[in-house]
Ligand binder design. Structure first.
Ligand code: HEC
Length: 102
């Protein structure tokens, strides 16, 4: 029960921390892509040692996520995250993220 409450609170914080106005037509992309900001910041490095991703375009993000997912690119956490996304998810969230960073 406490775990459930904590996860719900965490999800709420993750959603509130994003700088995006939610529109119905990009809800799926928002849900997939917005958690990235929690670690990577919304354009500049957060000073937490995690690299900023604001310089990536959509194709670069998609390529990086697929390389993390396959294990071709070494990572500590990114492979675990990327394994949760299908190719379609990766293309959609990469395009959405790149659009947020312009
Ligand atoms: C829990 C924190 C966390 C979240 C959430 C997260 N990342 Fe990462 N990301 C990292 C870390 C840490 C690295 C460094 C590689 C590693 O050790 O996993 C990284 C590396 C990257 C890199 C390579 C950056 C570079 O220039 O070296 C890209 C691209 C990236 N992440 C994209 C994403 C995307 C897109 C999302 C959302 C789907 C995301 N990340 C969510 C922690 C996170």
């Amino acid at each position: 029960m406490i775990k459930h409450v904590l996860w719900t609170a965490l999800l709420g914080l993750m959603t509130c921390a994003t700088p995006t106005v939610l529109a119905e037509d990009n809800l799926r992309d928002f849900v997939l892509g917005s958690p990235c900001f929690n670690c990577h910041g919304d354009g500049s490095p957060k000073g937490n040692g995690i690299p900023a991703i604001s310089s990536y375009d959509a194709a670069g993000l998609a390529a990086a996520l697929k390389a993390f997912r396959s294990g071709e690119r070494h990572s500590t956490v990114m492979q675990r995250l990327a394994l949760g996304y299908s190719d379609d998810d990766i293309e959609a969230l990469s395009a959405w993220l790149a659009g947020q960073q312009q």
